[in-house]
Design a binder for this molecule. Structure first.
Ligand code: SAM
Length: 468
Protein backbone atom coordinates (compact mmCIF):
# COMPACT_ATOMS: atom_id res chain seq x y z
CA UNK A 1 0.00 0.00 0.00
CA UNK A 2 1.48 3.45 -0.90
CA UNK A 3 2.23 5.61 2.10
CA UNK A 4 0.00 8.66 2.63
CA UNK A 5 1.86 11.83 1.51
CA UNK A 6 2.65 13.29 4.97
CA UNK A 7 4.35 10.06 6.02
CA UNK A 8 7.30 10.96 3.81
CA UNK A 9 7.71 14.23 5.68
CA UNK A 10 7.47 13.07 9.29
CA UNK A 11 10.73 12.90 11.25
CA UNK A 12 11.84 9.29 11.20
CA UNK A 13 12.56 9.08 14.93
CA UNK A 14 9.12 10.52 15.65
CA UNK A 15 7.55 7.78 13.60
CA UNK A 16 9.52 5.08 15.43
CA UNK A 17 8.62 6.53 18.83
CA UNK A 18 4.91 6.73 18.03
CA UNK A 19 4.86 3.18 16.62
CA UNK A 20 6.42 1.95 19.87
CA UNK A 21 3.93 3.86 22.02
CA UNK A 22 0.79 3.18 20.01
CA UNK A 23 1.39 -0.39 18.82
CA UNK A 24 -1.71 -1.59 16.94
CA UNK A 25 -3.18 1.89 16.85
CA UNK A 26 -0.20 3.43 15.05
CA UNK A 27 -1.57 2.85 11.52
CA UNK A 28 -4.83 4.62 12.35
CA UNK A 29 -2.85 7.46 13.94
CA UNK A 30 -0.59 7.96 10.89
CA UNK A 31 -3.56 7.68 8.53
CA UNK A 32 -5.26 10.51 10.46
CA UNK A 33 -2.11 12.64 10.17
CA UNK A 34 -2.34 12.27 6.40
CA UNK A 35 -5.86 13.76 6.34
CA UNK A 36 -6.65 17.47 6.18
CA UNK A 37 -7.20 19.10 9.56
CA UNK A 38 -10.77 20.07 10.41
CA UNK A 39 -11.66 23.74 10.71
CA UNK A 40 -13.14 24.69 14.06
CA UNK A 41 -15.15 27.79 14.87
CA UNK A 42 -15.90 29.03 18.38
CA UNK A 43 -18.72 31.51 18.90
CA UNK A 44 -17.79 34.62 20.89
CA UNK A 45 -20.34 34.74 23.70
CA UNK A 46 -19.56 38.42 24.27
CA UNK A 47 -21.37 39.13 21.00
CA UNK A 48 -23.91 36.40 20.27
CA UNK A 49 -25.43 33.30 21.84
CA UNK A 50 -24.19 30.02 20.37
CA UNK A 51 -27.72 28.85 19.54
CA UNK A 52 -28.51 32.13 17.73
CA UNK A 53 -25.27 32.04 15.74
CA UNK A 54 -25.89 28.59 14.27
CA UNK A 55 -28.79 29.92 12.14
CA UNK A 56 -27.06 33.07 10.89
CA UNK A 57 -24.71 31.82 8.19
CA UNK A 58 -26.33 28.74 6.64
CA UNK A 59 -23.02 26.85 6.89
CA UNK A 60 -23.24 23.20 7.85
CA UNK A 61 -22.01 22.73 11.42
CA UNK A 62 -21.02 19.75 13.52
CA UNK A 63 -20.82 20.15 17.30
CA UNK A 64 -17.55 19.89 19.22
CA UNK A 65 -18.39 17.38 21.98
CA UNK A 66 -16.64 19.25 24.83
CA UNK A 67 -17.51 22.84 23.94
CA UNK A 68 -21.11 24.07 23.71
CA UNK A 69 -20.10 27.13 21.67
CA UNK A 70 -17.70 25.21 19.40
CA UNK A 71 -18.38 23.81 15.94
CA UNK A 72 -16.55 22.01 13.16
CA UNK A 73 -17.30 23.43 9.68
CA UNK A 74 -17.12 20.60 7.15
CA UNK A 75 -17.38 22.92 4.11
CA UNK A 76 -14.85 25.50 5.30
CA UNK A 77 -12.97 25.62 1.96
CA UNK A 78 -16.10 26.92 0.29
CA UNK A 79 -17.51 28.93 3.20
CA UNK A 80 -14.17 30.71 3.91
CA UNK A 81 -15.23 31.76 7.41
CA UNK A 82 -12.02 33.75 7.93
CA UNK A 83 -13.09 36.12 5.13
CA UNK A 84 -16.70 36.58 6.25
CA UNK A 85 -17.74 39.98 7.70
CA UNK A 86 -18.96 38.22 10.85
CA UNK A 87 -15.33 37.29 11.50
CA UNK A 88 -14.35 40.96 11.15
CA UNK A 89 -17.18 41.74 13.60
CA UNK A 90 -15.67 39.32 16.14
CA UNK A 91 -18.66 36.97 16.23
CA UNK A 92 -16.33 33.96 16.26
CA UNK A 93 -12.73 32.82 16.48
CA UNK A 94 -11.39 30.11 14.19
CA UNK A 95 -9.80 27.59 16.53
CA UNK A 96 -8.75 23.97 16.47
CA UNK A 97 -11.53 22.03 18.24
CA UNK A 98 -9.00 20.40 20.63
CA UNK A 99 -7.73 23.80 21.75
CA UNK A 100 -11.28 24.69 22.85
CA UNK A 101 -10.94 22.16 25.69
CA UNK A 102 -8.48 24.43 27.56
CA UNK A 103 -10.98 27.10 28.63
CA UNK A 104 -13.65 24.45 29.19
CA UNK A 105 -11.37 22.68 31.69
CA UNK A 106 -10.16 25.93 33.24
CA UNK A 107 -13.83 26.90 33.73
CA UNK A 108 -13.35 30.64 34.40
CA UNK A 109 -16.34 32.42 35.92
CA UNK A 110 -17.59 35.99 35.41
CA UNK A 111 -16.02 38.27 38.02
CA UNK A 112 -12.91 36.14 38.59
CA UNK A 113 -9.23 36.97 38.24
CA UNK A 114 -7.73 34.88 35.42
CA UNK A 115 -4.25 34.66 33.92
CA UNK A 116 -3.16 33.18 30.60
CA UNK A 117 0.60 32.89 30.95
CA UNK A 118 1.44 32.00 27.33
CA UNK A 119 -1.42 33.66 25.51
CA UNK A 120 -0.38 34.79 22.02
CA UNK A 121 -2.02 34.91 19.52
CA UNK A 122 -5.01 34.57 21.83
CA UNK A 123 -7.13 31.57 20.81
CA UNK A 124 -7.50 30.31 24.36
CA UNK A 125 -7.40 33.76 25.99
CA UNK A 126 -10.30 35.04 23.87
CA UNK A 127 -12.20 31.90 24.87
CA UNK A 128 -11.52 32.60 28.57
CA UNK A 129 -12.72 36.20 28.12
CA UNK A 130 -15.82 35.02 26.28
CA UNK A 131 -16.72 32.73 29.19
CA UNK A 132 -16.07 35.53 31.72
CA UNK A 133 -18.77 37.60 29.94
CA UNK A 134 -16.91 40.89 30.36
CA UNK A 135 -16.78 40.69 34.17
CA UNK A 136 -13.65 40.25 36.30
CA UNK A 137 -10.13 40.62 34.96
CA UNK A 138 -8.04 38.63 32.49
CA UNK A 139 -4.26 39.07 32.33
CA UNK A 140 -2.95 37.75 28.99
CA UNK A 141 0.83 37.39 28.84
CA UNK A 142 3.35 36.20 26.30
CA UNK A 143 7.10 36.50 26.80
CA UNK A 144 7.69 36.87 23.08
CA UNK A 145 6.83 40.50 22.64
CA UNK A 146 6.36 40.54 18.89
CA UNK A 147 3.62 37.92 19.27
CA UNK A 148 1.53 40.27 21.41
CA UNK A 149 0.44 42.49 18.49
CA UNK A 150 -1.77 39.66 17.24
CA UNK A 151 -3.05 39.16 20.77
CA UNK A 152 -4.10 42.81 21.02
CA UNK A 153 -5.75 42.68 17.60
CA UNK A 154 -7.70 39.54 18.48
CA UNK A 155 -8.81 41.07 21.79
CA UNK A 156 -10.01 44.21 20.00
CA UNK A 157 -11.96 42.25 17.41
CA UNK A 158 -13.50 40.10 20.15
CA UNK A 159 -14.71 43.17 22.08
CA UNK A 160 -12.69 42.43 25.22
CA UNK A 161 -12.33 45.38 27.63
CA UNK A 162 -11.55 43.70 30.96
CA UNK A 163 -7.99 42.62 30.16
CA UNK A 164 -4.33 43.53 30.46
CA UNK A 165 -1.92 42.37 27.75
CA UNK A 166 1.62 41.85 29.06
CA UNK A 167 4.97 40.60 27.87
CA UNK A 168 6.77 39.54 31.04
CA UNK A 169 8.77 36.60 32.30
CA UNK A 170 6.55 34.22 34.30
CA UNK A 171 8.92 34.66 37.30
CA UNK A 172 8.33 38.43 37.28
CA UNK A 173 4.57 37.94 37.25
CA UNK A 174 4.91 35.48 40.13
CA UNK A 175 6.86 38.07 42.13
CA UNK A 176 4.14 40.70 41.51
CA UNK A 177 1.01 38.61 42.06
CA UNK A 178 1.72 35.63 44.34
CA UNK A 179 -1.39 33.61 45.21
CA UNK A 180 -3.76 36.06 43.50
CA UNK A 181 -5.42 34.31 40.57
CA UNK A 182 -8.55 32.18 40.61
CA UNK A 183 -7.54 30.57 37.29
CA UNK A 184 -4.19 30.22 35.55
CA UNK A 185 -3.72 28.71 32.09
CA UNK A 186 -0.28 27.45 31.07
CA UNK A 187 -0.49 26.68 27.34
CA UNK A 188 3.15 25.79 27.31
CA UNK A 189 5.60 26.16 24.42
CA UNK A 190 6.15 22.57 23.28
CA UNK A 191 7.59 20.40 20.51
CA UNK A 192 4.28 20.75 18.62
CA UNK A 193 3.88 17.14 17.45
CA UNK A 194 0.11 17.65 17.56
CA UNK A 195 0.48 20.37 14.92
CA UNK A 196 2.49 18.24 12.47
CA UNK A 197 -0.29 18.02 9.90
CA UNK A 198 -0.80 21.81 10.04
CA UNK A 199 2.68 23.24 10.52
CA UNK A 200 5.73 22.30 8.52
CA UNK A 201 7.93 24.34 10.89
CA UNK A 202 7.01 22.02 13.78
CA UNK A 203 8.07 18.98 11.69
CA UNK A 204 11.34 20.64 10.68
CA UNK A 205 12.25 21.70 14.21
CA UNK A 206 11.54 18.35 15.85
CA UNK A 207 14.19 16.10 17.34
CA UNK A 208 14.49 14.22 20.62
CA UNK A 209 16.80 16.79 22.20
CA UNK A 210 14.18 19.45 21.43
CA UNK A 211 11.54 17.36 23.24
CA UNK A 212 13.81 17.15 26.30
CA UNK A 213 14.58 20.89 26.15
CA UNK A 214 10.87 21.69 26.00
CA UNK A 215 10.21 19.47 29.03
CA UNK A 216 12.82 21.30 31.10
CA UNK A 217 11.39 24.69 30.13
CA UNK A 218 7.82 23.54 30.81
CA UNK A 219 8.73 22.47 34.36
CA UNK A 220 10.30 25.87 35.04
CA UNK A 221 7.22 27.72 33.68
CA UNK A 222 4.89 25.52 35.76
CA UNK A 223 6.85 26.27 38.95
CA UNK A 224 6.37 30.00 38.41
CA UNK A 225 2.74 29.54 37.39
CA UNK A 226 1.99 27.61 40.61
CA UNK A 227 3.00 30.64 42.69
CA UNK A 228 0.33 32.72 40.94
CA UNK A 229 -2.64 30.44 41.79
CA UNK A 230 -4.58 31.32 44.94
CA UNK A 231 -5.19 28.54 47.48
CA UNK A 232 -8.46 27.01 46.24
CA UNK A 233 -7.76 28.18 42.68
CA UNK A 234 -7.16 26.18 39.51
CA UNK A 235 -4.37 25.82 36.99
CA UNK A 236 -4.65 24.06 33.63
CA UNK A 237 -1.51 22.83 31.89
CA UNK A 238 -1.81 22.30 28.14
CA UNK A 239 0.47 21.23 25.32
CA UNK A 240 -0.10 20.36 21.67
CA UNK A 241 2.30 17.44 21.65
CA UNK A 242 2.13 13.68 22.16
CA UNK A 243 5.53 13.27 23.84
CA UNK A 244 5.09 11.80 27.34
CA UNK A 245 8.28 13.61 28.46
CA UNK A 246 6.41 16.93 27.99
CA UNK A 247 3.10 15.69 29.33
CA UNK A 248 2.64 13.02 32.02
CA UNK A 249 6.31 13.28 33.10
CA UNK A 250 6.11 17.08 33.58
CA UNK A 251 2.89 16.71 35.57
CA UNK A 252 4.27 13.84 37.70
CA UNK A 253 7.40 15.83 38.59
CA UNK A 254 5.24 18.87 39.35
CA UNK A 255 2.92 16.93 41.67
CA UNK A 256 5.89 15.47 43.57
CA UNK A 257 7.29 18.95 44.17
CA UNK A 258 3.98 20.70 44.89
CA UNK A 259 1.96 18.63 47.36
CA UNK A 260 -0.51 21.52 47.67
CA UNK A 261 -1.77 20.75 44.13
CA UNK A 262 -4.04 17.83 43.20
CA UNK A 263 -4.74 16.43 39.76
CA UNK A 264 -8.48 16.71 39.23
CA UNK A 265 -10.67 14.26 37.35
CA UNK A 266 -12.04 16.22 34.37
CA UNK A 267 -15.56 15.75 33.00
CA UNK A 268 -15.70 12.99 30.39
CA UNK A 269 -16.58 13.70 26.75
CA UNK A 270 -16.36 11.56 23.62
CA UNK A 271 -12.84 12.18 22.30
CA UNK A 272 -11.23 12.79 25.72
CA UNK A 273 -8.79 9.92 26.31
CA UNK A 274 -6.97 9.32 29.60
CA UNK A 275 -3.33 10.16 30.37
CA UNK A 276 -0.75 7.40 29.96
CA UNK A 277 1.23 6.81 33.20
CA UNK A 278 2.55 3.62 31.57
CA UNK A 279 4.54 5.76 29.08
CA UNK A 280 6.81 7.32 31.73
CA UNK A 281 9.20 5.83 34.27
CA UNK A 282 7.36 3.69 36.84
CA UNK A 283 9.25 5.41 39.67
CA UNK A 284 8.02 8.82 38.55
CA UNK A 285 4.46 7.67 37.96
CA UNK A 286 4.05 5.53 41.10
CA UNK A 287 0.98 6.41 43.18
CA UNK A 288 -0.08 9.38 41.05
CA UNK A 289 -3.50 9.40 39.29
CA UNK A 290 -2.00 10.44 35.94
CA UNK A 291 -4.80 8.78 33.99
CA UNK A 292 -6.81 11.88 35.03
CA UNK A 293 -4.86 13.84 32.43
CA UNK A 294 -6.66 14.32 29.10
CA UNK A 295 -5.27 13.33 25.73
CA UNK A 296 -6.99 14.24 22.48
CA UNK A 297 -5.92 12.14 19.48
CA UNK A 298 -6.42 13.04 15.82
CA UNK A 299 -7.46 9.46 14.98
CA UNK A 300 -10.01 9.26 17.79
CA UNK A 301 -11.47 12.75 17.77
CA UNK A 302 -12.28 15.88 15.74
CA UNK A 303 -9.19 17.94 16.59
CA UNK A 304 -5.41 18.03 16.52
CA UNK A 305 -3.28 16.35 19.18
CA UNK A 306 -3.51 17.96 22.61
CA UNK A 307 -2.78 17.21 26.25
CA UNK A 308 -4.32 18.76 29.38
CA UNK A 309 -3.95 18.46 33.14
CA UNK A 310 -6.30 20.18 35.59
CA UNK A 311 -4.44 21.07 38.79
CA UNK A 312 -6.41 22.39 41.75
CA UNK A 313 -4.53 24.15 44.53
CA UNK A 314 -5.66 23.01 47.96
CA UNK A 315 -6.82 25.54 50.53
CA UNK A 316 -9.33 28.29 50.55
CA UNK A 317 -8.34 31.89 50.14
CA UNK A 318 -10.32 34.55 48.32
CA UNK A 319 -8.75 36.24 45.33
CA UNK A 320 -8.30 39.99 45.83
CA UNK A 321 -11.03 42.17 44.38
CA UNK A 322 -9.06 44.92 42.62
CA UNK A 323 -11.26 47.88 41.79
CA UNK A 324 -10.96 50.39 38.96
CA UNK A 325 -9.39 52.99 41.22
CA UNK A 326 -10.01 56.73 41.25
CA UNK A 327 -8.77 57.64 37.76
CA UNK A 328 -10.94 60.46 36.47
CA UNK A 329 -11.00 61.86 32.94
CA UNK A 330 -7.90 63.98 32.29
CA UNK A 331 -8.95 67.59 32.81
CA UNK A 332 -7.84 68.87 29.40
CA UNK A 333 -9.81 66.07 27.70
CA UNK A 334 -13.00 66.30 29.67
CA UNK A 335 -15.03 68.70 27.54
CA UNK A 336 -13.98 67.14 24.21
CA UNK A 337 -14.58 63.62 25.30
CA UNK A 338 -17.83 64.33 27.11
CA UNK A 339 -19.17 65.96 23.96
CA UNK A 340 -18.26 62.87 21.90
CA UNK A 341 -19.79 60.56 24.48
CA UNK A 342 -23.10 62.35 24.83
CA UNK A 343 -23.49 62.95 21.09
CA UNK A 344 -22.63 59.36 20.16
CA UNK A 345 -23.46 56.90 22.92
CA UNK A 346 -26.55 55.89 24.85
CA UNK A 347 -24.51 54.91 27.91
CA UNK A 348 -23.76 56.50 31.26
CA UNK A 349 -20.25 57.92 31.27
CA UNK A 350 -18.21 56.06 33.92
CA UNK A 351 -16.83 58.45 36.54
CA UNK A 352 -13.68 56.42 37.31
CA UNK A 353 -11.25 54.08 35.62
CA UNK A 354 -9.80 56.57 33.11
CA UNK A 355 -6.16 56.75 32.16
CA UNK A 356 -4.36 58.63 29.42
CA UNK A 357 -1.31 57.13 27.68
CA UNK A 358 0.17 59.77 25.38
CA UNK A 359 -2.68 60.71 23.10
CA UNK A 360 -4.70 57.57 23.88
CA UNK A 361 -7.54 57.50 26.35
CA UNK A 362 -8.16 54.13 28.03
CA UNK A 363 -10.87 52.81 30.28
CA UNK A 364 -9.27 50.43 32.78
CA UNK A 365 -10.71 47.35 34.45
CA UNK A 366 -8.34 47.73 37.43
CA UNK A 367 -6.39 50.41 39.29
CA UNK A 368 -2.84 50.78 37.86
CA UNK A 369 -1.52 50.39 41.42
CA UNK A 370 -2.47 46.72 41.19
CA UNK A 371 0.13 45.98 38.52
CA UNK A 372 2.93 47.67 40.46
CA UNK A 373 6.19 47.54 38.51
CA UNK A 374 4.72 45.46 35.69
CA UNK A 375 3.96 47.37 32.50
CA UNK A 376 0.99 46.25 30.42
CA UNK A 377 1.34 46.71 26.66
CA UNK A 378 -2.39 47.26 26.50
CA UNK A 379 -4.54 48.07 29.51
CA UNK A 380 -8.32 47.81 29.31
CA UNK A 381 -10.29 49.37 26.49
CA UNK A 382 -8.57 51.83 24.13
CA UNK A 383 -11.44 54.29 23.82
CA UNK A 384 -9.94 56.84 21.48
CA UNK A 385 -7.41 59.49 20.62
CA UNK A 386 -7.19 63.05 21.89
CA UNK A 387 -5.26 65.04 19.37
CA UNK A 388 -5.28 68.42 17.72
CA UNK A 389 -8.33 69.60 19.62
CA UNK A 390 -10.42 66.62 18.54
CA UNK A 391 -11.49 63.28 19.92
CA UNK A 392 -11.45 60.30 17.58
CA UNK A 393 -12.91 56.98 18.79
CA UNK A 394 -10.74 53.86 18.41
CA UNK A 395 -11.80 50.71 16.54
CA UNK A 396 -11.65 48.79 19.84
CA UNK A 397 -14.50 50.91 21.22
CA UNK A 398 -16.68 50.11 18.20
CA UNK A 399 -16.11 46.37 18.56
CA UNK A 400 -16.83 46.49 22.30
CA UNK A 401 -20.10 48.41 21.90
CA UNK A 402 -23.43 46.70 21.59
CA UNK A 403 -25.28 48.51 18.74
CA UNK A 404 -28.16 49.45 21.04
CA UNK A 405 -25.70 51.61 22.99
CA UNK A 406 -25.08 54.09 20.16
CA UNK A 407 -27.30 56.93 18.95
CA UNK A 408 -26.38 56.69 15.23
CA UNK A 409 -25.66 53.55 13.30
CA UNK A 410 -25.54 52.47 9.69
CA UNK A 411 -26.56 48.86 9.27
CA UNK A 412 -25.30 47.01 6.20
CA UNK A 413 -26.29 43.54 5.04
CA UNK A 414 -23.52 40.97 5.07
CA UNK A 415 -24.02 40.21 1.35
CA UNK A 416 -24.35 43.83 0.20
CA UNK A 417 -22.07 45.80 -2.10
CA UNK A 418 -22.08 48.63 0.49
CA UNK A 419 -20.60 46.35 3.10
CA UNK A 420 -17.85 45.17 0.75
CA UNK A 421 -17.13 48.84 -0.04
CA UNK A 422 -16.96 49.69 3.66
CA UNK A 423 -14.50 46.85 4.31
CA UNK A 424 -12.35 48.12 1.44
CA UNK A 425 -12.20 51.51 3.16
CA UNK A 426 -14.52 53.39 0.79
CA UNK A 427 -16.80 56.31 1.59
CA UNK A 428 -20.56 55.58 1.83
CA UNK A 429 -23.60 57.71 1.17
CA UNK A 430 -26.27 57.78 3.86
CA UNK A 431 -28.63 60.45 5.08
CA UNK A 432 -28.85 61.34 8.76
CA UNK A 433 -27.39 63.68 11.34
CA UNK A 434 -23.72 64.62 11.07
CA UNK A 435 -21.29 62.91 13.49
CA UNK A 436 -19.80 59.59 14.50
CA UNK A 437 -21.81 56.61 13.27
CA UNK A 438 -21.32 52.97 14.18
CA UNK A 439 -21.29 50.75 11.09
CA UNK A 440 -22.91 47.39 11.74
CA UNK A 441 -23.25 44.20 9.74
CA UNK A 442 -26.69 42.58 10.13
CA UNK A 443 -26.88 44.40 13.46
CA UNK A 444 -23.37 43.54 14.76
CA UNK A 445 -20.78 46.26 15.41
CA UNK A 446 -18.06 46.47 12.77
CA UNK A 447 -16.35 49.87 12.90
CA UNK A 448 -16.68 53.64 12.80
CA UNK A 449 -17.73 56.06 10.14
CA UNK A 450 -18.21 59.83 10.38
CA UNK A 451 -21.09 61.39 8.55
CA UNK A 452 -20.89 64.90 7.13
CA UNK A 453 -23.81 66.07 4.99
CA UNK A 454 -24.87 62.61 3.88
CA UNK A 455 -21.35 61.30 3.20
CA UNK A 456 -19.93 58.76 5.66
CA UNK A 457 -16.14 58.96 5.82
CA UNK A 458 -14.63 55.52 6.40
CA UNK A 459 -12.75 54.93 9.67
CA UNK A 460 -12.32 51.15 9.30
CA UNK A 461 -8.61 50.55 10.19
CA UNK A 462 -6.33 50.48 7.17
CA UNK A 463 -4.55 47.33 8.31
CA UNK A 464 -7.85 45.40 8.41
CA UNK A 465 -9.27 46.47 5.07
CA UNK A 466 -10.25 43.65 2.73
CA UNK A 467 -9.42 43.86 -0.94
CA UNK A 468 -10.83 40.63 -2.30
N1 SAM B 1 -2.23 30.05 24.06
C1 SAM B 1 -1.97 30.48 22.70
C2 SAM B 1 -3.24 30.43 21.91
O1 SAM B 1 -4.16 29.70 22.25
O2 SAM B 1 -3.35 31.17 20.91
C3 SAM B 1 -0.87 29.66 22.08
C4 SAM B 1 0.39 29.66 22.91
S1 SAM B 1 1.72 28.76 22.22
C5 SAM B 1 1.22 27.12 22.39
C6 SAM B 1 2.93 28.89 23.46
C7 SAM B 1 3.41 30.30 23.74
O3 SAM B 1 4.41 30.23 24.76
C8 SAM B 1 4.04 31.00 22.59
O4 SAM B 1 3.26 32.11 22.21
C9 SAM B 1 5.41 31.44 23.08
O5 SAM B 1 5.74 32.75 22.71
C10 SAM B 1 5.26 31.33 24.59
N2 SAM B 1 6.53 31.10 25.31
C11 SAM B 1 7.75 30.82 24.82
N3 SAM B 1 8.66 30.71 25.80
C12 SAM B 1 8.02 30.93 26.95
C13 SAM B 1 8.42 30.98 28.31
N4 SAM B 1 9.68 30.76 28.66
N5 SAM B 1 7.50 31.26 29.23
C14 SAM B 1 6.21 31.49 28.87
N6 SAM B 1 5.78 31.45 27.59
C15 SAM B 1 6.67 31.18 26.65
Amino acid sequence: MPLPPLMHMLPERFEIRMRTLLGDEADAFFAALAESPRVGLRVNLLKVRAEDFAGLTGWPFEPVPWCDEGYVIPGADEARPGRHPYHAAGLYYLQDPSAMAAAVLLDPQPGELALDLAAAPGGKATHIASRMRGRGLLVANDVVRNRTAALVENFERSGIANALVMSSQPADLAAQWPGQFDRVLVDAPCSGEGMFRKAEAARQEWNEAHVQGCATRQSAILDDAAVLVRPGGRMVYATCTFAPEENEAVIAAFLRQHPDFALRQPPSFPGFDPGRPDWISPDLARGLPLERCVRIWPHRSVGEGHFFAVLDRQGDQEAPDPDVGRGRLPRDATALFETFWHETLALDLPEYGWQQYGEWLHWLPVDPEWWGTQRPLRAGLRVGKLAKGRFEPHHALALWLQPDKVLQWLDLRSDSAELAAYLRGETLLSSGPDGWTLTTVDGFSLGWGKRVQGVVKNHYPRGLRQHR
